[in-house]
Write a protein that binds this ligand. Sequence first.
Ligand SMILES: [Zn+2]
Length: 120
Amino acid sequence: MSDRGHSRHTRTATAPASASSFRRCPECAEPFKAAHPRQLFCSNEHKTAFHNRATVRGRALTPIVMAARITRDGSRGDVETGKEARREGQQMMDRWAREDREAGRLSMVDYMRERRRIGY
Ligand SMILES: [Zn+2]
């Protein structure tokens, strides 16, 4: 588990030239040195694998979380559909978080922290 809380204090809106080029690949969690300021992955293979999985997950999750959000988790409008959507979405995300952990990938929390740190 990476704990780079200190980097929050040096992050700016755009990736600073001084941002560390040492990263952990979201797909394999291995440390590597980035060749470019915005490089997030250790290899094209891992970048592609990560994004392909994100595409599949996004297609499955988007309509569900939209339905949950529009119904405010089933508290307005179509209550039944909204509540079911909330349940389904949470189950999906819990399952994917577990799959990521078991596969040795970074958690989405670590991934998002890294993205913010390098400026996007
Ligand atoms: Zn990798």
